[in-house]
Design a protein around this ligand. Structure first.
Ligand code: SF4
Length: 339
Protein backbone atom coordinates (compact mmCIF):
# COMPACT_ATOMS: atom_id res chain seq x y z
CA UNK A 1 0.00 0.00 0.00
CA UNK A 2 1.30 3.45 -0.86
CA UNK A 3 1.91 5.38 2.33
CA UNK A 4 1.44 8.98 1.41
CA UNK A 5 -0.12 10.78 -1.54
CA UNK A 6 -0.01 14.47 -2.31
CA UNK A 7 -2.72 16.29 -4.24
CA UNK A 8 -0.81 19.28 -5.64
CA UNK A 9 -2.61 22.56 -6.27
CA UNK A 10 -0.57 25.35 -7.79
CA UNK A 11 -1.63 28.80 -6.60
CA UNK A 12 0.41 31.38 -8.43
CA UNK A 13 1.10 34.67 -6.74
CA UNK A 14 -0.17 37.12 -9.29
CA UNK A 15 0.80 40.71 -8.71
CA UNK A 16 3.53 39.62 -6.32
CA UNK A 17 5.35 42.81 -5.29
CA UNK A 18 8.66 41.05 -4.70
CA UNK A 19 11.63 40.84 -7.02
CA UNK A 20 13.35 37.55 -6.37
CA UNK A 21 16.00 37.42 -9.08
CA UNK A 22 15.40 33.74 -9.89
CA UNK A 23 11.63 34.05 -10.21
CA UNK A 24 9.81 33.34 -13.43
CA UNK A 25 6.33 33.65 -11.96
CA UNK A 26 6.09 37.40 -12.31
CA UNK A 27 5.67 37.02 -16.04
CA UNK A 28 2.28 35.47 -15.40
CA UNK A 29 -0.19 38.30 -15.55
CA UNK A 30 -3.26 37.12 -17.48
CA UNK A 31 -6.27 36.19 -15.43
CA UNK A 32 -7.00 33.11 -17.53
CA UNK A 33 -5.63 30.00 -15.99
CA UNK A 34 -6.06 31.24 -12.42
CA UNK A 35 -7.05 28.44 -10.12
CA UNK A 36 -10.53 29.03 -8.74
CA UNK A 37 -12.05 27.41 -5.66
CA UNK A 38 -14.15 25.27 -8.04
CA UNK A 39 -10.94 24.05 -9.70
CA UNK A 40 -9.60 23.09 -6.28
CA UNK A 41 -12.70 21.02 -5.60
CA UNK A 42 -12.59 19.25 -8.96
CA UNK A 43 -8.83 18.61 -8.68
CA UNK A 44 -9.27 17.01 -5.27
CA UNK A 45 -12.25 14.95 -6.51
CA UNK A 46 -10.30 13.74 -9.53
CA UNK A 47 -7.29 12.71 -7.47
CA UNK A 48 -9.40 10.97 -4.85
CA UNK A 49 -10.79 8.57 -7.47
CA UNK A 50 -7.23 7.32 -8.03
CA UNK A 51 -6.18 7.06 -4.37
CA UNK A 52 -7.96 4.03 -2.93
CA UNK A 53 -5.11 2.30 -1.23
CA UNK A 54 -3.26 5.19 0.39
CA UNK A 55 -2.66 5.61 4.13
CA UNK A 56 -2.53 9.42 4.23
CA UNK A 57 -3.63 11.94 1.66
CA UNK A 58 -2.40 15.50 1.75
CA UNK A 59 -3.68 18.51 -0.17
CA UNK A 60 -0.72 20.75 -0.91
CA UNK A 61 -1.04 24.37 -2.02
CA UNK A 62 2.26 25.25 -3.57
CA UNK A 63 3.52 28.09 -5.73
CA UNK A 64 5.49 29.86 -3.09
CA UNK A 65 3.36 32.51 -1.47
CA UNK A 66 -0.01 31.17 -0.42
CA UNK A 67 -0.37 33.61 2.46
CA UNK A 68 0.59 36.52 0.20
CA UNK A 69 -2.67 36.30 -1.74
CA UNK A 70 -5.65 38.29 -0.42
CA UNK A 71 -7.13 36.88 2.77
CA UNK A 72 -10.56 36.25 1.24
CA UNK A 73 -8.97 34.13 -1.51
CA UNK A 74 -6.89 32.19 1.01
CA UNK A 75 -10.06 31.54 2.96
CA UNK A 76 -11.99 30.43 -0.13
CA UNK A 77 -9.31 27.80 -0.94
CA UNK A 78 -8.88 26.72 2.66
CA UNK A 79 -12.61 26.26 3.25
CA UNK A 80 -12.67 23.66 0.50
CA UNK A 81 -9.62 21.80 1.79
CA UNK A 82 -11.04 21.88 5.33
CA UNK A 83 -14.34 20.52 4.09
CA UNK A 84 -12.53 17.46 2.63
CA UNK A 85 -10.53 17.07 5.81
CA UNK A 86 -13.61 17.32 8.02
CA UNK A 87 -15.28 14.62 5.94
CA UNK A 88 -12.24 12.36 6.39
CA UNK A 89 -11.45 12.32 2.67
CA UNK A 90 -8.03 13.87 3.12
CA UNK A 91 -5.75 13.83 6.16
CA UNK A 92 -3.55 16.87 5.90
CA UNK A 93 -3.42 20.40 4.50
CA UNK A 94 0.01 21.67 3.49
CA UNK A 95 1.08 25.00 2.02
CA UNK A 96 4.20 26.94 1.17
CA UNK A 97 4.80 30.63 1.65
CA UNK A 98 7.37 33.34 2.37
CA UNK A 99 8.70 34.24 5.82
CA UNK A 100 7.47 37.84 5.52
CA UNK A 101 3.89 36.69 4.88
CA UNK A 102 3.52 35.25 8.35
CA UNK A 103 1.76 37.08 11.15
CA UNK A 104 -0.80 36.27 13.80
CA UNK A 105 -3.81 37.17 11.68
CA UNK A 106 -2.62 34.86 8.90
CA UNK A 107 -1.79 32.02 11.25
CA UNK A 108 -5.12 32.37 13.09
CA UNK A 109 -6.86 31.91 9.75
CA UNK A 110 -4.72 28.89 8.83
CA UNK A 111 -5.34 27.34 12.24
CA UNK A 112 -9.09 27.92 11.92
CA UNK A 113 -8.96 25.99 8.64
CA UNK A 114 -7.04 23.02 10.05
CA UNK A 115 -3.81 23.58 8.13
CA UNK A 116 -1.14 21.12 9.24
CA UNK A 117 2.13 21.98 7.52
CA UNK A 118 3.62 25.38 6.63
CA UNK A 119 6.76 25.39 4.51
CA UNK A 120 8.77 28.56 4.29
CA UNK A 121 10.86 29.48 1.28
CA UNK A 122 13.80 30.65 3.38
CA UNK A 123 16.47 30.07 0.70
CA UNK A 124 19.39 31.35 2.82
CA UNK A 125 20.20 32.64 6.29
CA UNK A 126 22.78 35.03 4.87
CA UNK A 127 21.51 38.62 4.75
CA UNK A 128 23.85 39.29 1.87
CA UNK A 129 22.55 36.38 -0.21
CA UNK A 130 18.97 37.39 0.56
CA UNK A 131 19.69 40.98 -0.45
CA UNK A 132 21.57 40.07 -3.66
CA UNK A 133 18.75 37.68 -4.57
CA UNK A 134 16.14 40.40 -4.17
CA UNK A 135 14.19 38.48 -1.58
CA UNK A 136 12.97 41.61 0.17
CA UNK A 137 13.50 40.39 3.73
CA UNK A 138 16.41 39.52 5.95
CA UNK A 139 17.24 36.52 8.11
CA UNK A 140 15.73 38.05 11.26
CA UNK A 141 12.35 37.84 9.53
CA UNK A 142 12.91 34.10 9.06
CA UNK A 143 13.59 33.51 12.77
CA UNK A 144 10.49 35.50 13.71
CA UNK A 145 8.25 33.62 11.27
CA UNK A 146 9.58 30.21 12.33
CA UNK A 147 9.09 30.98 16.03
CA UNK A 148 5.53 32.10 15.42
CA UNK A 149 4.66 29.08 13.27
CA UNK A 150 6.04 26.71 15.86
CA UNK A 151 4.25 28.52 18.68
CA UNK A 152 0.93 27.79 16.92
CA UNK A 153 1.81 24.09 16.74
CA UNK A 154 2.03 23.83 12.94
CA UNK A 155 4.51 21.43 11.40
CA UNK A 156 7.26 23.63 10.01
CA UNK A 157 9.22 23.07 6.80
CA UNK A 158 12.20 25.07 5.56
CA UNK A 159 13.31 25.30 1.95
CA UNK A 160 16.90 26.26 1.22
CA UNK A 161 18.57 27.13 -2.07
CA UNK A 162 22.13 26.53 -3.21
CA UNK A 163 24.00 28.78 -5.60
CA UNK A 164 22.14 32.07 -5.31
CA UNK A 165 24.12 35.29 -5.89
CA UNK A 166 26.64 35.78 -3.09
CA UNK A 167 26.27 32.18 -1.92
CA UNK A 168 29.30 30.09 -0.96
CA UNK A 169 30.09 26.81 0.75
CA UNK A 170 30.27 28.74 4.01
CA UNK A 171 26.86 30.39 3.63
CA UNK A 172 25.33 27.05 2.63
CA UNK A 173 26.82 25.35 5.69
CA UNK A 174 25.73 28.25 7.90
CA UNK A 175 22.17 28.04 6.52
CA UNK A 176 22.03 24.32 7.27
CA UNK A 177 23.35 24.90 10.80
CA UNK A 178 20.86 27.72 11.45
CA UNK A 179 18.09 25.45 10.19
CA UNK A 180 19.20 22.83 12.71
CA UNK A 181 18.85 25.43 15.51
CA UNK A 182 15.28 26.15 14.44
CA UNK A 183 14.69 22.44 13.96
CA UNK A 184 11.82 22.23 11.48
CA UNK A 185 10.29 18.78 10.94
CA UNK A 186 11.05 18.82 7.22
CA UNK A 187 13.40 20.55 4.80
CA UNK A 188 14.06 20.77 1.07
CA UNK A 189 17.24 21.70 -0.73
CA UNK A 190 17.04 23.20 -4.20
CA UNK A 191 19.96 24.04 -6.45
CA UNK A 192 19.32 27.37 -8.16
CA UNK A 193 18.26 27.08 -11.78
CA UNK A 194 18.76 30.04 -14.07
CA UNK A 195 15.66 30.53 -16.19
CA UNK A 196 15.45 32.72 -19.26
CA UNK A 197 13.53 35.99 -18.77
CA UNK A 198 14.52 36.25 -15.11
CA UNK A 199 16.74 38.88 -13.54
CA UNK A 200 19.18 36.10 -12.66
CA UNK A 201 19.51 35.22 -16.34
CA UNK A 202 20.21 38.84 -17.19
CA UNK A 203 22.75 39.03 -14.36
CA UNK A 204 24.44 35.99 -15.88
CA UNK A 205 24.46 37.61 -19.32
CA UNK A 206 26.01 40.75 -17.83
CA UNK A 207 28.68 38.61 -16.17
CA UNK A 208 27.43 39.47 -12.66
CA UNK A 209 26.36 35.94 -11.82
CA UNK A 210 27.85 32.54 -12.53
CA UNK A 211 25.61 29.49 -12.21
CA UNK A 212 27.16 26.92 -9.91
CA UNK A 213 28.87 24.00 -11.69
CA UNK A 214 26.94 20.79 -11.10
CA UNK A 215 29.72 19.13 -9.12
CA UNK A 216 29.95 22.05 -6.72
CA UNK A 217 26.17 22.12 -6.29
CA UNK A 218 26.24 18.39 -5.45
CA UNK A 219 29.03 18.93 -2.90
CA UNK A 220 27.14 21.73 -1.16
CA UNK A 221 23.88 19.79 -1.21
CA UNK A 222 25.65 16.79 0.28
CA UNK A 223 27.09 18.77 3.13
CA UNK A 224 23.78 20.45 3.91
CA UNK A 225 21.87 17.18 3.64
CA UNK A 226 24.21 15.41 6.05
CA UNK A 227 23.96 18.27 8.56
CA UNK A 228 20.16 18.31 8.39
CA UNK A 229 19.53 14.56 8.34
CA UNK A 230 22.24 14.02 10.95
CA UNK A 231 20.26 16.29 13.26
CA UNK A 232 16.95 14.55 12.77
CA UNK A 233 15.46 16.84 10.10
CA UNK A 234 13.70 14.91 7.37
CA UNK A 235 14.97 16.20 4.01
CA UNK A 236 11.99 15.38 1.85
CA UNK A 237 13.40 16.75 -1.38
CA UNK A 238 16.77 17.49 -2.93
CA UNK A 239 16.62 19.06 -6.40
CA UNK A 240 13.67 19.91 -8.60
CA UNK A 241 11.49 17.45 -10.45
CA UNK A 242 11.59 17.55 -14.24
CA UNK A 243 7.91 18.56 -14.18
CA UNK A 244 8.79 21.68 -12.16
CA UNK A 245 11.19 22.91 -14.77
CA UNK A 246 10.49 25.04 -17.78
CA UNK A 247 12.56 25.36 -20.92
CA UNK A 248 15.61 27.58 -21.10
CA UNK A 249 17.05 26.88 -17.70
CA UNK A 250 20.61 26.32 -16.59
CA UNK A 251 21.58 24.29 -13.57
CA UNK A 252 18.93 21.57 -13.61
CA UNK A 253 19.90 17.91 -13.40
CA UNK A 254 17.06 15.37 -13.41
CA UNK A 255 18.94 13.01 -11.08
CA UNK A 256 20.40 15.59 -8.72
CA UNK A 257 19.37 13.71 -5.58
CA UNK A 258 20.77 10.45 -6.87
CA UNK A 259 24.06 12.13 -7.70
CA UNK A 260 24.22 13.43 -4.15
CA UNK A 261 23.23 10.09 -2.58
CA UNK A 262 25.76 8.25 -4.76
CA UNK A 263 28.49 10.52 -3.41
CA UNK A 264 27.34 9.91 0.15
CA UNK A 265 27.52 6.15 -0.50
CA UNK A 266 30.99 6.50 -2.01
CA UNK A 267 32.25 8.55 0.95
CA UNK A 268 30.88 5.93 3.33
CA UNK A 269 32.55 3.06 1.46
CA UNK A 270 35.84 4.98 1.24
CA UNK A 271 35.75 5.66 4.98
CA UNK A 272 35.17 1.98 5.75
CA UNK A 273 38.00 0.93 3.43
CA UNK A 274 40.28 3.41 5.17
CA UNK A 275 39.21 2.04 8.57
CA UNK A 276 40.21 -1.45 7.31
CA UNK A 277 43.57 0.02 6.23
CA UNK A 278 42.85 -1.28 2.75
CA UNK A 279 45.88 -0.74 0.51
CA UNK A 280 44.84 -2.21 -2.84
CA UNK A 281 45.40 -5.94 -2.26
CA UNK A 282 43.00 -8.47 -3.89
CA UNK A 283 39.79 -8.41 -1.85
CA UNK A 284 36.10 -9.23 -2.25
CA UNK A 285 33.60 -7.26 -0.21
CA UNK A 286 29.86 -7.20 0.06
CA UNK A 287 28.23 -3.79 0.34
CA UNK A 288 24.92 -4.07 2.11
CA UNK A 289 22.13 -1.50 1.77
CA UNK A 290 18.35 -1.51 1.89
CA UNK A 291 16.32 -1.54 -1.32
CA UNK A 292 15.82 2.22 -1.35
CA UNK A 293 19.55 2.92 -1.13
CA UNK A 294 20.83 -0.09 -3.07
CA UNK A 295 21.24 1.77 -6.39
CA UNK A 296 23.61 4.24 -4.74
CA UNK A 297 26.20 1.50 -4.12
CA UNK A 298 27.05 1.45 -7.82
CA UNK A 299 25.96 5.08 -8.15
CA UNK A 300 24.27 7.19 -10.78
CA UNK A 301 25.21 5.69 -14.16
CA UNK A 302 27.70 3.40 -12.38
CA UNK A 303 29.82 6.33 -11.15
CA UNK A 304 30.88 4.56 -7.94
CA UNK A 305 31.59 1.28 -9.71
CA UNK A 306 33.82 3.17 -12.16
CA UNK A 307 35.48 5.12 -9.36
CA UNK A 308 36.43 2.02 -7.34
CA UNK A 309 37.48 0.03 -10.42
CA UNK A 310 39.87 2.78 -11.36
CA UNK A 311 41.17 3.47 -7.88
CA UNK A 312 41.41 -0.15 -6.65
CA UNK A 313 41.51 -2.51 -9.67
CA UNK A 314 41.91 -5.57 -7.39
CA UNK A 315 38.93 -4.75 -5.17
CA UNK A 316 35.68 -6.56 -5.93
CA UNK A 317 32.54 -4.94 -4.52
CA UNK A 318 29.22 -6.73 -4.67
CA UNK A 319 25.92 -5.17 -3.61
CA UNK A 320 23.65 -7.12 -1.26
CA UNK A 321 20.20 -6.23 0.00
CA UNK A 322 19.71 -5.86 3.72
CA UNK A 323 16.35 -4.42 4.68
CA UNK A 324 17.40 -4.13 8.33
CA UNK A 325 19.56 -1.13 7.41
CA UNK A 326 18.35 2.47 7.43
CA UNK A 327 18.13 4.57 4.28
CA UNK A 328 21.57 5.81 3.34
CA UNK A 329 23.42 3.18 5.38
CA UNK A 330 26.10 1.18 3.54
CA UNK A 331 27.98 -1.58 5.31
CA UNK A 332 31.06 -3.26 3.89
CA UNK A 333 31.54 -6.87 4.92
CA UNK A 334 34.27 -9.30 3.83
CA UNK A 335 32.42 -11.90 1.75
CA UNK A 336 33.91 -14.78 3.74
CA UNK A 337 32.35 -13.46 6.97
CA UNK A 338 28.89 -14.15 5.62
CA UNK A 339 29.53 -17.73 4.50
S1 SF4 B 1 9.62 33.82 -6.03
FE1 SF4 B 1 9.66 35.89 -5.18
S2 SF4 B 1 9.06 37.28 -6.85
FE2 SF4 B 1 8.49 35.17 -7.46
S3 SF4 B 1 6.33 34.98 -6.88
FE3 SF4 B 1 7.58 34.16 -5.18
S4 SF4 B 1 7.89 35.89 -3.80
FE4 SF4 B 1 7.18 36.73 -5.77
Amino acid sequence: MKKHAIIPIFISHRGCPNDCVFCNQKKITAREGDVTPDDVRSTIDQWLTTLDEVETVEVSFYGGSFTGIPMDQQTAFLEIAKDYKDRGLIDMIHLSTRPDYIDREILDNLKAHSVDVIELGVQSFSDEVLMLSGRGHDASCVYRACDLIKSYGFTLGIQLMIGLPGDSRETCRMSALETVKIHPAIARIYPTVTIRDTELYRMMERGEYQPLPLEEAVQRAKEMYLILEGNGINVIRVGLKASEIMEDQIGFHPAFRQLMESEIARDSMEAQLAAMSYAGEPLSLLVRANSRSFGNIYGHKGMNRDHFQKKYPRLRLKGALDESLKDGEYILTPEADLL
